[in-house]
Design a protein around this ligand. Structure first.
Ligand code: DAH
Length: 343
């Protein structure tokens, strides 16, 4: 019987060692330890032994059983580990693969992009950035800008009044007064923001975006204004852009100018956009009217300044050759997508 046990054990260990998966291991378990298994048959045969032999044989049977159990458990561990490894490598994800383009990415609106570009240029010149209220008082929008009530210069800006003293700002210029009444020079600031006018055609919209600029210090001259704005034009359009300054009139500047740049569409040769002149007007500017400085509490004998203001849409239309201002507001993706390429 002892030999029989040894034989069963060695057969069992042999069978276990040949197993390569959980299924065959389970079969081996049934074959040796199951209800009708070989070990069970031996145990059943113990009934025939004499009472003296029984304990000794019982011990041997238990030892044999244990050996088989141990071998099964050890092999089971190995198989489980191998199966897990195989599963992990089969299901492995390569995180370095580029993802599938399932969703289209949005992009910055062309007006926002131009606005940011303009602000960055002036930041590079040492200007800070400020923003102000779109609902403004008549006092800041007009009076402190040297446009008294009933002054004919009010006709330059068709205004949405809320009541007699409150209105939607017609320009960003009132921020000049808000800054000068609260800050001491040196002042160098640009003010982006929405402005409102009762005005509507291919190049005008009732809401549009302006950028105001103001520099106040000792000994600021028209030459400083020309230098800064020419450098700006070269950066926003191209290095070979030329500028020219024509006399103009704004109540808040004296002298006042309008700045033209060589047409960025035809390079100054003449085209539909520049009406064959080679030049396009882009902004109003001037030396801050001493009366405005005084009204804002800055001594015009001590300080001088320059100011300018322009429309963001106008710059964008010229830079990109956009024929109608409304295209910026319709948000037709076919239009907007054309600006993506430059991202
Ligand atoms: N505020 C003027 C407008 O909206 C533009 C302007 C002209 C602003 C001359 C200025 C300036 O600061 O000096 O038409």
């Amino acid at each position: 019987m002892k030999e029989l046990l040894n034989k069963i054990v060695s057969q069992a260990l042999d069978a276990v060692s040949q197993c390569a998966d959980s299924k065959s291991l389970a079969d081996v378990r049934v074959r040796f330890l199951g209800k009708n298994g070989e070990m069970t048959a031996v145990m059943k045969g113990m009934g025939k032994l004499s009472p003296e032999e029984r304990p000794q044989m019982g011990k041997l049977v238990n030892e044999a059983r244990e050996k088989i159990e141990n071998a099964l458990a050890e092999k089971d561990k190995k198989i489980k580990k191998a199966e897990l490894c195989a599963k992990l490598s089969a299901e492995a994800v390569d995180v370095t693969l580029p993802s599938k383009p399932t969703r289209e990415l949005g992009s910055v609106h062309p007006l926002t992009r131009i606005k940011n570009e303009i602000i960055d240029i002036f930041k590079g010149f040492g200007f800070s950035v400020a923003e102000g209220p779109e609902i403004e008082t008549d006092y800041f929008n007009f009076q402190l800008m040297n446009v008294p009530k009933d002054h004919p210069a009010r006709d330059m800006q068709d205004t949405f009044y809320i009541d007699e003293n409150i209105l939607l700002r017609t320009h960003t210029s009132p921020m000049q007064a808000r800054i000068m009444t609260t800050q001491k020079p040196p002042i160098r600031v640009v003010v982006p923001g929405k402005v409102y006018r009762s005005d509507d055609d291919a190049s005008h919209s009732p809401i549009f975006n302006q950028i105001e600029g103001l520099a106040v210090d000792k000994k600021i001259t028209l030459g400083d204004l020309q230098g800064v704005l020419t450098a700006f034009a070269e950066k926003i359009f191209s290095k070979d852009t030329k500028t020219r300054f024509r006399p103009s009139y704004f109540p808040f500047t004296e002298p006042s100018v309008e700045m033209d740049v060589t047409c960025s569409i035809c390079g100054g040769k003449g085209c539909r956009v520049c009406k064959d002149t080679g030049w396009v007007e882009i902004l109003g500017a001037g030396v801050v009217n001493p009366h405005v400085l005084d009204m804002c509490g800055l001594d015009s004998n001590e300080y001088s300044g320059f100011a300018f203001g322009f429309g963001v849409e106008r710059i964008a239309m010229l830079k990109y050759g956009v024929p109608n201002i409304k295209m910026f507001y319709e948000n037709d993706v076919r239009f907007l997508k054309q600006f993506n390429k430059e991202a």
